[in-house]
Design a binder for this molecule. Structure first.
Ligand code: ATP
Length: 358
């Protein structure tokens, strides 16, 4: 069973008086890899469980092409699921774990064998088929869980933080593996993670949630370069968030001057910024530069911490008024150095201040 489009319309889930997920509207095209991204408690798993049918909706609808899906129980939706605790059968071998779902469907022995072999080959576990899950590494167990889901050729695969129990190296390997499987099988995937790097590297589109509400839906590039508000920016690695004031002549677009507490920089407005209003200016560490010339726009700061990061240095510096700046630079400064920092106006995004620092 496959589909052209899966559509969530105003999907909302409450727990008592708490809104875990509010008004999620999203169209998923066949073959897409969608990541649901956001900090702990933002409603990612709730969204996934609503889609899976494990949680009834408080309101809203889910449509698969012309069929209303939300009244159907999980087993009638035909979705595959991979969760962080792999829930493998501990007493069954790798092969039997993978074959189980096919056997339950009453397929012939030859067909079960053929499809099981293929799924095991896809996740590179050919030499582990006789082992029990307890005899496998975490990464291998996760591969079994993935093989078990994809062997059923589901219309949609739902994954909830499937890599969170793995060590850093394996996590990177499995990222590539899941992405490869997604491409070779043309799977439609919805993937929950709180790790922005994971989401950016794997997904075709990302849905950023905060407090149960969608903040932004877009491609990795959209989110990386043009976050729509300071919360998405914060989540996307704009580690410098400075509360400043827009210049009296503030205009829309690039070139707006933001200042305050000894800081004077130029940026690009995102959303309406009134002249003289308080704003939040956001910039990534790698977009700040340390300059020799102290006569133009910029920020004077004192270097506090320097960390070696391969080809460059991660520097923490502090302005006279106590604002901390995170900078990446190829020239090694020394703690105590007085530096001047500037920003490329294209990369300094200026958001209206919503006053919400949570
Ligand atoms: P995490 O990354 O920590 O799993 P999440 O983004 O997946 O977080 P959800 O598990 O969807 O977040 O939870 C969203 C909100 O709903 C949280 O505030 C959570 O406490 C609440 N919540 C989730 N499940 C229940 C439940 N069964 N009963 C009551 N509240 C719940």
């Amino acid at each position: 069973m496959t589909f052209d489009q899966l559509r969530l319309e105003g999907v909302t889930r409450r727990f008592g008086s708490h809104d875990a997920l509010t008004d999620l509207t999203l169209t998923i095209e066949r073959g897409e890899f969608i990541a649901l991204l956001g900090p702990s408690g933002c409603g990612k798993s709730t969204a996934l469980n609503c889609l899976a049918g494990l949680l009834p909706l408080s309101s809203g609808q889910i449509w698969q092409d012309g069929t209303r899906l939300d009244p159907l129980p999980p087993e009638r939706r035909g979705f595959g699921m991979v969760f962080q605790n792999y829930a493998l059968f501990p007493h069954l071998s790798v092969r039997k774990n993978v074959a189980f779902g096919l056997q339950m469907r009453g397929l012939s022995r030859a067909e079960v064998r053929r499809r099981t072999d293929e799924a095991i080959r896809l996740v590179h576990l050919e030499d582990q088929t006789g082992k029990l899950p307890g005899q496998l590494s975490g990464g291998q167990q996760q591969r079994v869980a993935i093989a078990r889901a994809v062997v059923l050729e589901p219309a949609l695969v739902l994954m909830d933080e499937p890599l969170s129990n793995l060590d850093a190296k394996l996590r990177l390997e499995m990222r590539t593996e899941i992405r490869r499987l997604h491409q070779s099988l043309g799977l439609t995937t919805v993937y929950v993670t709180h790790d922005q790097e994971e989401a950016l590297s794997m997904a075709d589109r990302l849905v950023v949630l905060r407090g149960g509400r969608v903040q932004q839906i877009g491609t990795p590039e959209d989110l990386h370069t043009r976050p729509v508000n300071r919360h998405v920016a914060d989540f996307m690695g704009f580690r410098n968030l400075l509360r400043l004031r827009a210049d009296a002549a503030a205009a829309e677009g690039t070139g707006v001057v933001v200042e305050g507490d000894g800081v004077r920089l130029r940026g690009t407005t995102v959303g309406a910024v009134a002249a003289g209003a308080t704003v939040v200016a956001a910039i990534r560490p790698e977009e700040l530069s340390v300059v020799e010339d102290t006569t133009g726009d910029g920020v004077a700061a004192t270097v506090e911490v320097v960390e070696y990061r391969g080809r460059e240095f991660a520097v923490e510096a502090r302005t006279g008024s106590g604002i901390q700046l995170n900078i990446r630079t190829s020239v090694r400064p020394v703690p105590g150095d007085k530096i001047t920092v500037t920003a490329d106006p294209e990369h300094l995004l200026v958001f209206p201040d919503d006053g919400d620092d949570t």
